[in-house]
Every structure is written in C-alpha cells, then in structure tokens.
Ligand binder design. Structure first.
Ligand SMILES: NC(=O)c1ccc[n+]([C@@H]2O[C@H](COP(=O)([O-])OP(=O)(O)OC[C@H]3O[C@@H](n4cnc5c(N)ncnc54)[C@H](OP(=O)(O)O)[C@@H]3O)[C@@H](O)[C@H]2O)c1
Length: 337
C-alpha cells in the first residue's frame, strides 16, 4: 500500500506519521507533502524523508492520501484524487457535513462505513473526545441534551498555536515584553480565552457549531440539543470538557459506570481525577468525576449527569482516529493491503 501524508510538517501530519509507524500496517512507502518542498523535514521508520510540495500531479497514484494540511489543500485536491482511485482520509472540516461523507470514530459508529465511501472526514477533535464519552450513555439510556464547557489545548490551533503559547510563557517568565497574540484572540499564557474560532451573528463560534453539528452526525441523533462553550487554555496538548448530560430515560451512576468500564477506547476513573498531562501521547478517552444531579442529593434514578472527559486531540482527536479509519477499511477489505 502506497500512502501520502499532506501536511506532514504540521502538528497532525507529523503525528499521523508516528501513529502509522507504531501500528505496523502493510505499508510499502510513505511520502510526505506540505505547502512547499524541503529536504528532510519528515521522518518515518527511522529514515529522514524529503517533503514534496502538494499538487494534484504529485499526489497521483497513491492508494491512500491523508490530509492534515488545512481547509484549502483538501478542498482543492481531494475530489480529483478520489476520482483517480485513491482513498482520502481528511482531517479538515471541508467535507465533514456532506451526506455522502461519513464521520467515522471506529469505537462509536463503525457501522456508518460502507464500501463506496472513498472520501472520509475525521471529525473535529473535541467532538471525537465528546462522542466517545457520550456513546455508552446513549446506548444505556438515550440522550436528550448535552451541554459542555471545553478546555482546549494550544496545539489544537496547530504548530503556530503551540509556538504562540510557548513564546508567551517565555516572555512572561523573563519579564520580557509579550508578543502580540496572532493565533488566539488574547494572549494565552497564564490565561484562558473563551473564544475558539470566529463568532457568528448569534454569538456562537465556529468550533462550537462544529461540536454541535458533528456530535449529532456521529451519534446519529440529528435532533439532539448540543450546546458547547469552547475555551482555549494554556495547556500544550489534550482537550478536556465538563459535560452536563440529560439522558432520555432514567438511569443511575452505577449503571453508567459499568457501561463506561465495558466501553472500548475509554479509560474510566471511578475515583480521583485525570488531567491533560496524564493522557498526552495516549489513544484513549478518559472519563472521570461521573456524578448524578438531583435536587436532594439522594442517589436514585435520574436523567441528569455531570462528567469530566479528556483525550489527546492530536492523537485520538485527529491522527490516531485517521489511522484507525484506515485499519477499519483494511479489515473490511474496502482497501487492498
Ligand atoms: N491541531 C489539532 O489538534 C487538530 C485536530 C483535528 C483536526 N485538525 C485539522 O488538521 C489540519 C492540520 O492541522 P494542524 O494543527 O496540524 O496544522 P499545522 O500545524 O499548522 O500544520 C499544517 C500543515 O499543512 C501544510 N499545509 C498548509 N497549507 C497547505 C497547502 N495548501 N497544501 C499542502 N499543505 C499545506 C503545512 O505545510 P508547511 O509546513 O509547508 O506550511 C503543514 O504541514 C487542519 O485542517 C486542522 O483543522 C487539527
């Protein structure tokens, strides 16, 4: 199998190369692409690889093309590659809400994948973490409403986002003048910024709308009330969320805890806490602090729960999920090894 990675010099693309190495897939050759060519600049299986400038011609003939190169690259190049016979797995938001493009999270909705799908989008990183945590509740008691406050890491805005946080931290530590924020709406160092993406006329940000729309699509609940407030925090990697869930039917913490413990791809913490730094570099979503909300505090059958979830958004929220989609395609025989 011949594989291309577009955006191989970026935060997600570099992680895709790492995950492909770890997973030991039947890969003959991997070719890295970016906005411009450079010698070296990417590594795979211990070898330094030259990076090629992405173009329709240069990307012809690959069995699988991963896109982690921003919205423009996928929009311009992916359709022709699919028409030419490649399978495209795209991390951008470009095609996510198209009816003919599934948003597969293998532990959540593998059933939505069919043989005719040759263009596959990887969902928004926060929505992937959220849906992984919500699936066991949906399966046990249905979902009526989901409200979330997210705590999103700087690398969610790519290399430039991480660099901006680190430069701000260095400046504050050395009492140097702080650089003007360019990626984030305010300086992120020693701060939290309640804006991820641009506001629409009603005050929702682009990130909040992606979380709402993609969560509905992945969970196959088009009417689900999903209300997110996305907040950027000075964490390097891994997105967290406090989630307030209203189930469709009454249930209890004991039943949900058992469902979380059975669920693939989830590490459930009955006690204590788990933080972004604990999960950085892992491929699982962690769920902790599961509580039921009741007016009198008595344990019983209720429909309102609160939980904390956290996952490495570069891996589970992007690169690992993309590679797991490829593994599913191979397993089903939809892509030849
Ligand atoms: N960061 C996350 O946590 C995350 C999570 C989920 C999804 N995503 C999505 O994944 C994609 C990549 O994000 P990122 O965070 O990895 O960004 P990034 O760190 O800024 O990297 C962007 C990569 O794309 C390349 N690129 C930019 N424009 C290109 C073009 N026109 N043609 C080919 N390559 C191009 C860049 O190449 P140069 O080095 O040559 O500029 C670089 O390799 C985005 O669509 C993003 O929304 C990101």
């Amino acid at each position: 199998m011949r594989v291309a990675v577009v955006g191989a010099t970026g935060a997600v693309g570099e992680t895709i190369l790492r995950v492909l190495e770890e997973r030991n897939l039947p890969i003959e050759a991997v070719s890295p692409f970016a906005s411009r060519a450079r010698s070296g600049g990417a590594r795979f299986r211990g070898r330094e690889l030259d990076v090629t400038a992405a173009s329709g011609d240069a990307l012809q003939g690959f069995d699988v093309v991963f896109f982690a190169g921003g919205e423009d690259a996928a929009e311009e190049l992916a359709p022709a590659l699919v028409a030419g016979g490649s399978v495209v797995i795209d991390n951008s938001a470009t095609f996510r809400m198209r009816d003919d493009v599934p948003l597969i999270v293998p532990n959540v909705n593998a059933d939505a994948l069919r043989a005719e799908h040759r263009l596959l989008s990887v969902a928004n990183c926060t929505a992937i973490v959220l849906c992984t945590a919500l699936r066991p509740i949906r399966d046990v008691a249905g979902l009526h409403a989901v409200r979330a406050a997210t705590y999103q890491a700087a690398s969610g805005a790519g290399r430039a986002g991480l660099d901006e946080l680190l430069a701000g931290e260095r400046a504050l530590a050395g009492d140097a003048p702080e650089p003007q924020p360019a990626v984030f709406a305010r300086s992120l160092a020693r701060n939290v910024v309640p804006q991820v993406g641009a506001f629409d006329d009603d005050g929702w940000t682009g990130e909040e709308k992606k979380i709402r729309d993609e969560t509905r699509k992945m969970l196959d609940l088009p009417e689900l009330l999903v209300s997110a407030t996305a907040v950027r925090v000075p964490v390097r990697t891994a997105h967290s969320a406090v989630v307030f869930v209203e189930s469709a039917r009454e249930t209890n913490v004991r039943e949900l805890a058992a469902a979380f413990e059975r669920a693939p791809g989830i590490v459930f913490h009955r006690d204590g806490i788990v933080t972004p730094r604990d999960v950085e570099g892992t491929d699982t979503v962690h769920v902790a602090r599961l509580r039921e909300e009741s007016i009198d505090g008595a344990n019983g059958e209720v429909r309102n729960f609160t939980l904390w979830c956290v996952g490495d958004q570069l891996r589970k929220g992007a690169a690992t999920n993309a590679v797991e989609i490829l593994e599913l395609l191979l397993e089903r025989g939809y892509v030849a090894a």
